[in-house]
Design a protein around this ligand. Structure first.
Ligand code: NAI
Ligand code: MG
Length: 350
């Protein structure tokens, strides 16, 4: 198959984990006889440096005409306090591609005792997926302003249609999995959450096989730590999903392990690791590349319907972890820490 991929490496460890990911995709290309045409474009801090704009129009154009988009991460202290922020590039590309559903799988890879030495049993059978609303809610609502030195306002706004489309995606996913959907909200205090709950209940009528439960966000935060194996698909609004999915990332041992897919109704999906640009370790060949690489596997599966290819990557990841090639963030043995490049080498070799 021939596919066009736009690659946005970004800043910090973004280009480092992207480089390894492209090597893995090359290996997939030759093993399965595909052709991936890769076009790199600037976004974030490096785009500000080059063009004065965190999301140049050429980048948007290139993304829109490709089959899928891979993104590393943006941001860093270099651009702190500037009027143009790298993160604006990220929020805008999500809007431009209209990727309203952010899908984040959470699974414990590798020996559980390494991840949770005190309670390894807690992680057995954890296999859950977040579906986070990504283009609405308090990150985008207007008014959003600073009023003088003492007041500031953000607005949490949702239209029924914005909720319907993401909730539907979550039901479809749950129906293809363990058939359980947990909708997370704060309906005891927030009007937007009451509307959210209403939409979930209405949509549920079309998916009689899927068992639905509503959970308040504070309870969900607790349940994820207490018994994460109880969940299958979790659907929630933008900010709750942002926070809960970072919390849940620790189930995998590190933020550096988590992949995500951001999907629209039609048009290219945007695939990116959950972590940021990690300025503290950038340039040291220490970044865990697996979140980015597993995001590329999601791209193969969701956008290109290449299931065998995605399986091959996920299997190789499991094998590399079992063989104890681990970057520092997931290594329990500080004497045997692999570099980013070594982990990639090991993956390709399998
Ligand atoms: P971060 O995710 O970059 O880093 C948090 C901690 O996790 C750091 O200690 C980092 O070293 C570690 N970490 C993250 N990814 C890792 C990996 N692949 N391997 C090993 N360790 C890893 O979040 P932070 O520090 O809050 O933000 C740093 C910058 O990244 C900021 O400018 C922020 O705005 C930006 N950011 C960008 C995101 C994106 O592009 N999607 C998402 C989150 C933050
Ligand atoms: Mg976040």
């Amino acid at each position: 198959m021939e596919k066009a991929i736009t690659v946005l490496p970004g800043d910090g460890i973004g280009p480092e984990v992207m480089k390894g990911t492209l090597r893995v995709l090359k290996a997939i290309e030759s093993r399965f006889h595909h052709r991936f045409t890769v076009t790199e474009m600037p976004i974030g801090g490096n785009a500000i440096d080059e063009t004065g704009n965190p999301l140049p129009p050429e980048t948007i154009e290139q993304c829109k005409k490709s089959d899928a988009v891979l993104l590393g991460a943006v941001g860093g202290p270099k651009w702190d306090g500037m009027e143009q922020r790298p993160e604006q590039g990220l929020l805008r590309i999500r809007k431009e591609l209209n990727v309203f559903a952010n899908v984040r799988p959470v699974k414990a890879f590798g020996p559980l005792a390494d991840i949770a030495p005190l309670k390894p049993a807690l992680l057995e059978n954890v296999d859950l997926v977040f579906v986070r609303e990504l283009t609405g809610g308090i990150y985008f609502g207007q008014p959003k302003e600073r009023k003088g030195s003492d007041e500031a306002v953000d607005t949490l706004y949702y239209h029924r249609k914005e909720i319907e489309r993401v909730v539907k995606k979550a039901f479809v996913l749950a129906a293809s999995r363990k058939k359980k959907l947990t909708s997370v909200d704060k309906a005891n205090v927030l009007e937007s959450s009451k509307l959210w709950r209403e939409v979930v209940d209405e949509t549920a009528k079309h998916y009689p096989d899927v068992k639905v439960e509503h959970m308040l966000v504070d309870n969900a935060a607790m349940q994820l730590v207490r018994n994460p194996a109880q969940f299958d698909v979790i659907v929630t609004e933008n900010m709750f999903g942002d926070i809960l999915s970072d919390e849940a990332s620790m189930i995998t041992g590190s933020l550096g392990m988590l992949a995500s897919a951001s999907l629209s109704e039609e048009g290219p999906g945007l695939y990116e690791p959950v972590h940021g640009s990690a300025p503290d370790i950038a340039g040291t060949n220490a970044a865990n590349p697996l979140g980015m690489i597993l995001s590329a596997a999601m791209m193969l599966r969701h956008s290109f319907h290449m299931n065998d290819e995605a399986d091959a990557i996920e299997l190789a990841v499991q094998e590399v972890l079992n063989a104890n090639f681990r970057t520092g963030d997931i290594s329990s043995n500080k004497d045997k820490v692999s570099t980013t490049d070594q982990v990639v080498e090991q993956l390709i070799y399998r």
